[in-house]
Design a binder for this molecule. Structure first.
Ligand SMILES: NC(=O)c1ccc[n+]([C@@H]2O[C@H](COP(=O)([O-])OP(=O)(O)OC[C@H]3O[C@@H](n4cnc5c(N)ncnc54)[C@H](O)[C@@H]3O)[C@@H](O)[C@H]2O)c1
Length: 370
């Protein structure tokens, strides 16, 4: 798999990167962690049409200029190197194209786009303007998942036989999600891009591709549950797939509307369990705190080893993903993790799930999608 879209001419900055936040809503509280106390960056602008959100975020960046739109920022004469785009999904393409053509590198929140054509337009614009387009995937920076990948790659479990992912969305607990954020998620659902499979689920598909490489066949059975009159959530849902290397994965998405889940963030109870010929390894939680035993365990030859001292606060994955990007721009260290090509691969897997489900669960090759 290609790891980045690095134009050949890209040279790291020899000074802190001048950055802007574009979109100051709920996820800003997580993405900002990569920028705080970071010598690789100077935040010079914040952008949001909401007066309230600009005022709220200005307290963190008193020296940054505040704008209502990307157009205002572009016309302002503020010197900028990179944009952190935290916009609603339906605005990703427009915002990304505006930033890239203004000459700024972009770190974009997932899901990259609602369809492949839109994603390709963004990638083409990045290439034409010789700018970097990164689609951030904070789960690749979550320490228990990094440990899982290390164990899988090390061969400790023997040849991998298969794996499963579990995700339970609960209706009680966690932090407050503003009404307008929910409203945008419901609009996405009405476009056929559900919150659980497509939005939050993006991360699970990313980890699948990251752990085991390209996927050649997807089979899905996508359900719906009405939670209030006229509003449905895309569960129960089951998705199964086979990677090019022959490893199979299965993922169940369940809704537990009345269940209280302890969480500092969203109420999402998640697990990853990879089974090899000799044993298994399991990540017990991520966003929420459902299972409160150590977040990572390995079972091998009749013994369990549990890891008690990992940084398993989900928010740390945003901090580390953001720092990685800014260090990468400033000093050119390591891989991009991830570029637009990898995000398009994830998008294809999600769209293959929709294609499969609409045809009664037939196998769909993500690469066959137009
Ligand atoms: N990585 C993760 O785990 C994770 C978690 C939550 C959300 N997200 C993603 O982050 C993105 C944003 O999600 P959110 O929950 O913060 O949404 P949100 O609705 O809370 O925030 C979006 C913000 O963008 C602002 N906005 C709208 N139009 C704008 C424009 N033209 N220019 C500038 N700002 C504009 C809104 O006023 C709002 O403040 C989405 O892509 C979402 O899927 C990722």
């Amino acid at each position: 798999m290609n790891e980045s879209v690095t134009p050949k001419s890209f040279t790291p900055f020899d000074r802190p990167v001048r950055a802007a936040f574009i979109g100051l809503g709920r996820v800003y509280d997580l993405n900002v962690r990569g920028y705080l106390d970071n010598d690789d960056v100077e935040v010079v602008a914040i952008v949001d049409p909401s007066d309230e959100r600009r005022a709220q975020r200005q307290r963190e960046w008193p020296d940054a200029r505040a704008f209502r739109s990307i157009d205002e920022l572009a016309a302002s004469g503020v010197q900028l190197d990179a944009a952190e785009i935290l916009l609603p999904i339906a605005l990703h393409e427009e915002g990304v194209v505006q930033c890239l053509t203004s000459g700024w590198h972009v770190n974009l929140q997932k899901p990259m786009a609602n369809d492949v054509a839109s994603a390709h337009r963004m990638l083409d614009t990045a290439r034409e303007n010789n700018r970097q387009l990164r689609v951030m995937e904070n789960y690749l920076f979550y320490e228990p998942l990094r440990r899982l990948k290390e164990v899988v790659d090390s061969g400790t479990l023997g040849t991998i036989s298969g794996y499963h992912l579990k995700m339970v969305a609960s209706g009680r607990g966690g932090w407050e999600v503003p009404g307008d954020t929910y409203q945008r998620q419901f609009e996405q659902a009405q476009r056929g891009r559900g919150t659980l499979l497509f939005d939050d689920g993006w991360h699970k598909l990313s980890t699948a591709v990251w752990l085991f490489g390209p996927i050649k066949e997807v089979r899905a059975w996508i359900g719906a549950t009405e939670i209030v009159p006229g509003i449905e959530v895309d569960a129960p849902t089951t998705v199964a797939w086979e990677h090019v290397n022959g490893v199979r994965g299965v993922w169940d998405i369940t809704l537990a509307v009345d269940m209280y889940l302890r969480s500092d963030y969203y109420t999402n109870d998640e697990r990853w369990e990879v089974t090899g010929r000799r044993g298994f390894a399991r990540v017990n939680r991520c966003t929420g705190r459902g299972i409160q035993q150590p977040s990572f365990e390995i079972y091998l030859d009749g013994e369990t080893r549990a890891f008690h001292a990992l940084d398993d606060d989900w928010a740390s994955s945003f901090r580390d993903s953001g720092r990685h990007w800014l260090r990468w721009l400033h000093r050119g260290e390591g891989q991009l993790l991830w570029g637009a090509e990898e995000a398009i691969e994830v998008l294809r897997v999600a769209l293959a799930a929709y294609g499969s489900s609409s045809r009664g669960g037939v196998g769909v090759d993500p690469r066959s999608l137009a």
